[in-house]
Design a protein around this ligand. Structure first.
Ligand code: FES
Length: 294
């Protein structure tokens, strides 16, 4: 536990009312030291256990936004996958169903799964991008804070009494992130293929709003994937020295620059992929019409 350290950090950054607060770490004379840490607030001495936080700012806004954003996306994606309909409007295929690999697809991309599969074909695919995002280092921080309150924010006490990190089931599976990254690259190839096919209309080559939507979707997901920490590691981060690998240094430097905006790419690509599905869905349902440029 770093309660004292975090409190001190929050005080230093002006998050606490420093006129009213002082912290007494006390002597570290036994392993129950943290229980004995005292804090003085408005002339009253209390133990740190009596506080969830002393922060005065709106620290809860960020975790709340993540709950709304990630929760909303999870609900929408599950609903869209369960529909098993309105995911194709020629020539646009929803990314939630791409590649479509079962015989029961409205538009089969690759017939890998036979007719025995009678559930929504989205379930054959969504576990890959879902697993990729669920094990992402950024998303882990975001949902540990927002959904598990572990901790909700810096200098705010964990909701749980104990903390085991990622050493136990099911969190051990977070170590599979690199393999989800590899699988996501395969999905990306198909998304670019879909973007290319989005120029091929029944009456010939053309371009509609949907074409642009699918191209942006593939581009955003590519940038998000390339900015991944695992990608950065694979592209040179594993080396102890770049001295004899200038090519890898250049690649690693490029990925590092992308990585600095990983959180932003994560959110923009997440929202856009949902909007792309929604656009194709509304076209297929006849709720809107696609604007053709040529
Ligand atoms: S996708 Fe976020 S760290 Fe890999």
């Amino acid at each position: 536990m770093c309660v004292s350290t975090c409190l001190l950090g929050a005080t230093k950054h002006g998050l606490l009312d420093t006129d009213l607060v002082s912290i007494n770490i006390g002597a570290r004379n036994d392993n129950k030291q943290s229980q004995k840490e005292k804090i003085v607030v408005a002339d009253k001495t209390l133990t740190l256990d009596q506080f969830r936080t002393l922060r005065k700012d709106n620290w809860w806004v960020a975790p709340l936004l993540v709950v709304v954003g990630l929760g909303g996306f999870a609900i929408y994606a599950t609903w869209a996958a369960l529909q098993n309909a309105h995911y194709y409007y020629e020539p646009y295929l929803s990314p939630f169903y791409s590649p479509c690999i079962a015989d029961n697809c409205t538009h089969v991309t690759l017939p890998l799964i036979g007719s025995w599969w009678n559930l929504s074909p989205a379930f054959l695919i969504l576990w890959i991008p879902g697993g990729f995002r669920a094990t992402c280092y950024y998303y882990r921080k975001a949902y540990y804070r927002s959904f598990f309150l572990s901790p909700p924010a810096c200098a705010v006490r964990d909701a749980g009494k104990s903390y085991s990190g990622e050493t136990r089931f099911p969190f051990l599976f977070q170590n599979l992130h690199r393999y989800f990254f590899y699988l996501s690259l395969v999905i990306l190839v198909f998304l670019w293929w879909d973007a290319l096919l989005a120029f091929k209309f029944p009456d010939g080559i053309g371009m509609g709003v949907g074409t642009i939507v699918l191209c942006i979707n593939a581009a955003l997901l590519t940038i998000f994937s390339l900015s991944c920490n695992s990608c950065r590691h694979i592209c040179g981060g594993y080396l102890n020295s770049f001295h004899s690998a200038p090519g890898k240094y250049k690649t690693w430097s490029f990925i590092t620059r992308l990585n600095e905006m990983h959180m932003e790419y994560a959110w923009v690509s997440l929202i856009w992929v949902a909007l792309t599905d929604l656009y194709v869905r509304l076209l297929s349902m006849g709720a809107i019409t696609d604007l053709r440029f040529f």
